[in-house]
Design a protein around this ligand. Structure first.
Ligand SMILES: Nc1nc2c(ncn2[C@@H]2O[C@H](COP(=O)(O)OP(=O)(O)OP(=O)(O)O)[C@@H](O)[C@H]2O)c(=O)[nH]1
Ligand SMILES: [Mg+2]
Length: 237
């Protein structure tokens, strides 16, 4: 029987990116880009877009449950506080693209805060998570947003995620929606317990990222065309 591959990697606090467990699965070729073009049947060619997505928010808001529900389709109600950061990955197919989400699930505990900026570097997307049953976790999202803007690329795509929406809410959804709109974020309510909207968060993110990818390609093509036209004009005169 084939062994199921573990998609999770625990990363040592002071050495981000280093795998601690020998038996964990990490497709290094995915990360280095070596896999591109391999085993690809030209009739089913998909444009692979790799996206580093970071999960941030206070401790206990439900980041790990969200990532685990999305990647493994499971939910555990026992509390396990994350240590530093955990790495998971999953592909999402959308139109003629495959988005490879490389998920960095950060620890929300105060003692890991100084490490968070290291993990945010190069993130193309972020899930800013608060606990809908906990008003103070919503109060802290401005600080998390500041961290994201200080450490991530300017054009990062952010989803404000209300977690634990299967429980009675202490945060009015309209307030969260307003905050998201003001700060150019997408807002989504989720429950990792029931699975409500969890996949949709990533599908929505994938569609926004594909639009951006297509715009970027179009801009490069436009620039190349302008350059070639100028060159032709120059040579013909
Ligand atoms: N009812 C309900 N409880 C949830 C849900 N998601 C998470 N929880 C509970 O909240 C606890 C904390 O969730 P975690 O995902 O570990 O929180 P975290 O944000 O990763 O916390 P840190 O790792 O400390 O940063 C879980 O053990 C669950 O008991 C949800 O959708 N519904
Ligand atoms: Mg966690």
């Amino acid at each position: 029987m084939r062994r199921k591959r573990d998609k999770r990697i625990h990363v040592k606090m002071d050495q981000p990116g280093r795998s601690l467990r020998k038996d964990v699965f990490i497709d290094k070729a995915d990360i280095s880009g070596e896999r591109k073009g391999q085993n690809v049947d030209s009739s089913s060619f998909k444009n692979i877009v790799k996206v580093k997505v970071v999960l941030v928010g206070d401790s206990g808001v439900g980041k790990t449950c969200l990532a685990t529900r999305f990647v493994e389709g499971t939910y555990k109600s026992e509390r396990t506080t994350s240590l530093a950061v955990t790495f998971l990955q999953k592909e999402v197919d959308l139109k003629d693209h495959t988005i490879l989400f490389q998920i960095w699930d950060t620890a929300g505990q105060e003692r890991y805060r100084s490490l968070v900026p290291v993990y945010l570097r190069g993130a193309k997307a972020a899930l800013l998570v608060y606990d809908a049953t906990n008003l103070s976790s919503f109060g802290d999202i401005s600080d998390w947003l500041k961290q994201l803007h200080q450490n991530c690329p300017q054009d990062i795509k952010i989803v404000l995620v209300a977690a634990k929406c299967d429980l009675p809410s202490a945060v009015p959804a309209v307030a969260a929606e307003e905050f998201a709109k003001k700060n150019r974020m997408i807002f989504m309510e989720t429950s990792s317990k029931t699975g409500f909207n969890v996949d949709n968060v990533f599908t929505k993110l994938a569609s926004v990222l594909i639009i951006k990818e297509e715009d970027d390609i179009k801009n490069v093509l436009d620039l190349t065309n302008v350059h070639n036209t100028k060159k032709k004009q120059c040579c013909s005169s």
